[in-house]
Design a binder for this molecule. Sequence first.
Ligand code: EPU
Length: 423
Amino acid sequence: MYIGGEVVSKYIIHGGNKLEGEVQVSGAKNSVLPILAATVISGETSRISNIPRLRDVEVMTEILTSIGAKISKDSHGLVIDSKPINSIHLPEELVREMRSSIILMGALLARFGETIVTYPGGCEIGPRPIDLHLKSLRQMGAIIEESHGFLHCKTSGLKGCDIQLDYPSVGATENIMLAAATAKGTTIIRNAAREPEIIDLQNYLNKSGARIQGAGNSIMTIEGVSSLKASDHRIIPDRIVTGTYMVAAAMTNGEIIIKDIIAENLQSIIAKLRETGSMITIDGNSMKVKAQNNISPIEMLQTLPFPGFPTDMQAQFMSLLSVAEGTSIINETVFENRFKHAEELVRMGAKIKTFGKVAVIKGTKELTGATVFAKDLRGGAALVLGGLVANGTTKVENIYHIQRGYENFDRILRSLGASISCV
Ligand code: EPU
């Protein structure tokens, strides 16, 4: 089932329009993916609402369908019946297309005690190893053999244990939560990732009968239960999509209202955007972003695990800082190779130099339209933001990367006054 938008290859943007109006944020991609994976465990029916229409979500539903799940739409989202799942072998092509399908390892081990999955390999933002996932699952009693590019994972029963993560990896924390939900005994995760999407996964699992505590903190406790049951869950709003529209308003000297936000999840983005001069006001679950004429530089923007500034907003802020009045420094500490958008922004006239994980951005008065290539999801969004303020026409190629994470991106930007079309 394809729930994404039309297949298009490039955006054409005529820069210079202020963004004004209201935007409703969709559900969080990075919540819905692990939660869809988690629906495998119960062998019951889950109703998940506020599902964003994205290619990544489509890939996850295709994977679940390919192993036997019955998935249908209702008026709110998706209804997933995982009872008929009858295969532990994840389809190679789809796993390669979406690295986060590795999250199904924990879920299938929990349900069937076995899974075979293609090694996901590297991706455009760096090598992205899964050593922490494998080490933790092995500690819980999984036997994992790696050969010919496949991972064969088997267990005669997962056991709760005390896991000290070397790094607060989001995916590893989620895989452990899934494996531990129905394991025998109690699992403790120390140095767990604290991202809001971990809390959302905990909430879904607990509604399904799991006993998990501590999401949002560094130490989590998962008391294994014998089985999970059917449940309903609404996905939290996407904080990165929200952040991207916030930057769009700030860059275009605009004023927008963003609906369905969780302010608590956005604090680091709000703080940094305020440093550049934008006025941000929160009213319950709605936020107003009003730009000021001049964008101030940021002395140091460092990406960190939550509650630090998100790596998934680094590229968009690089676009913003390209047109700031002064020099800014970005230090990307989470991923090794996440500056590919810099050279594309340079084609648009930005003055950016990168040195390993550090980028120095000397603000310039004006970007100029150019043909640029989206090389990854957030970097692609950053190029669109650049195009919104560039003088002349910008063509952003390879926009399938952007469509992996932004629902109706061009339509929403158009509704706010941007001149952007798909070709
Ligand atoms: N890492 C390891 N070993 C592991 C796991 C991770 O060395 O076993 C390293 C990674 O290579 C990376 C760092 O730890 O340098 C952080 O990786 P993490 O595991 O936290 O990230 P992830 O689970 O692979 C999720 C999001 C990413 C987001 C990161 C960080 C999903 C589906 N993906 O990835 O989202 O950037 O957390 O917040 O939740 C995006 O949406 O554009 C995106 C890339």
